[in-house]
Write a protein that binds this ligand. Structure first.
Ligand code: FE2
Length: 342
C-alpha cells in the first residue's frame, strides 16, 4: 500500500519477547508484531483466538497522568500502569487500558522525544527494492477506526468512551436506515473533544440472514476492530496507484452507478471528479446538501473475514457513507454468499 518500514525492534536490538516492524505513510503508522517465545502468552493467545487483527489502538496524549487518573476513577481496566522508556533521543511515558473485547488503548506521551518511533526501536533506512519503483499510495492519516460488537453491546461500548475518555457522540444510524433484504446494522460514532479521533461502534441488527457484523464477531471471537479508514486528498490517483501495486478492493455492481447518476441528476448535485473514472475504479460516493465523500473498501487483510481497510476522500462531508451501506452490504453479501455464510 506504499508504506515504508521506518523502525524495528527484536532479537537484534536486545528485545527477546516479540519482533515489531513499524511501517509509515505520512501520518499513518502501523506496528506489526509477532511473538518469539513459545512461553509468551499475551500476544500468542491473541493471535490464536482472533487471528491477525488489531490489538492496540494507541493515542498520542499531552497529559497522561490526568487522562489515566480520570479513566481509573470511572472504572476503566488498567492493563499497564504508567511506565517510562528512554534512550539517547529522549523519554516517552505510556499506559494501557482495556477497551472492547481484547482490544486495548495505549496512551503515548512523547513530548520532546526525538527518535524515529519509540525508545528501544532501531531506525530502518533500507528502502524496499520493489516498493520504490511503484507509484505512491498517497494516504495521509487515519480518518476513523471502527469497532464491531456482538448483538446489543454497542450502547454500552459507546457509553464506555463517554465515561472513560470523555468522548461524545458525533453521529449515529439505526437499522431502519441501514439494512438490506438480508442484513442490518446499527452504528454510533464516538469522538474526542476536538473531534480528531473518530471511532464508530457497530452492532448487528436482526435480518433475514446473518449480518456481516455477526459474521465478523463469530470469526474474530468477539468484539474487535473491523476496519481502518485511511484519508487521501486524491482518491482517484491513490486507488489507481494502489491497484497497480496489487491491492485488491471490493467491487460494487454497475447498477450502483446507474442509480447514483439518477439521484445526482434529480438532486442537481455536482461532483468534481469524473463519474466514469469513479465507476471504473469502483469508488463509492455519498453526499448531502453540504458536500460529499468518496470511499472504497479493501478485501479482508487476512484469511478470516475480519479486518479490512478503507480509503476515503472528503469534500466538506463529515459522514461515514451511510448512503453507501446498502450498496456496500449488497457487495459484501455477494462475497459472504461465496463463503457459504449468508
Ligand atoms: Fe469507514
Amino acid at each position: 500500500m506504499g508504506f515504508e518500514e521506518i523502525a524495528y525492534k527484536g532479537l537484534e536490538t536486545g528485545f527477546r519477547t516479540y519482533a515489531a516492524h513499524v511501517v509509515q505513510q505520512n501520518k499513518i503508522r502501523f506496528v506489526f508484531a509477532s511473538p518469539y517465545e513459545p512461553s509468551e502468552k499475551e500476544m500468542s493467545s491473541h493471535i490464536a483466538t482472533h487471528g491477525d487483527g488489531v490489538k492496540d489502538v494507541a493515542f498520542a496524549v499531552e497529559d497522561i497522568e490526568s487522562i489515566l487518573q480520570k479513566a481509573k476513577e470511572r472504572g476503566a481496566v488498567v492493563m499497564k500502569e504508567i511506565w517510562e522508556e528512554s534512550d539517547e533521543h529522549g523519554k516517552v511515558r505510556m499506559a494501557t487500558i482495556k477497551t472492547f473485547g481484547d482490544t486495548v488503548h495505549t496512551f503515548v506521551e512523547r513530548s520532546g522525544y526525538k527518535g524515529v518511533f519509540l525508545p528501544g526501536y532501531r531506525s530502518v533506512t533500507t528502502m524496499d527494492v520493489l516498493s520504490s519503483k511503484l507509484p505512491p499510495g498517497m494516504l495521509d492519516f487515519i480518518d476513523h477506526i471502527v469497532g464491531n460488537q456482538p448483538d446489543l453491546c454497542m450502547e454500552s461500548v459507546a457509553e464506555w468512551y463517554e465515561k472513560m475518555l470523555q468522548f461524545h457522540r458525533f453521529w449515529s444510524v439505526d437499522d431502519k436506515q441501514l439494512h438490506t433484504e438480508y442484513s442490518a446494522l446499527r452504528s454510533i460514532v464516538m469522538t474526542n473533544w476536538d473531534e480528531t479521533v473518530k471511532i464508530p461502534i457497530n452492532e448487528p441488527a436482526p435480518g433475514k440472514k446473518k449480518s456481516q457484523i455477526a459474521e465478523y464477531v463469530d470469526y474474530y471471537g468477539g468484539s474487535g476492530v473491523q476496519h481502518i479508514a485511511l484519508n487521501t486528498k486524491d482518491i482517484i490517483n491513490s486507488i489507481e496507484n494502489l491497484k497497480s501495486r496489487g491491492m485488491e478492493f471490493m467491487t460494487v455492481p454497475d447498477s450502483y452507478y446507474d442509480m447514483l447518476r439518477e439521484r445526482l441528476a434529480a438532486d442537481n448535485f455536482h461532483i468534481e471528479e469524473d463519474l466514469d473514472i469513479l465507476q471504473k475504479l469502483k469508488i463509492l460516493i455519498d453526499y448531502d446538501e453540504n458536500g460529499y465523500l468518496l470511499q472504497i473498501f479493501t478485501k479482508n487483510m487476512q484469511n478470516r473475514p475480519t479486518l479490512f481497510l478503507e480509503v476515503i476522500q472528503r469534500h466538506n462531508h463529515s459522514g461515514f457513507g451511510a448512503g453507501n451501506f446498502k450498496a456496500l452490504f449488497q457487495a459484501i453479501e455477494l462475497e459472504q454468499m461465496e463463503r457459504g455464510n449468508l
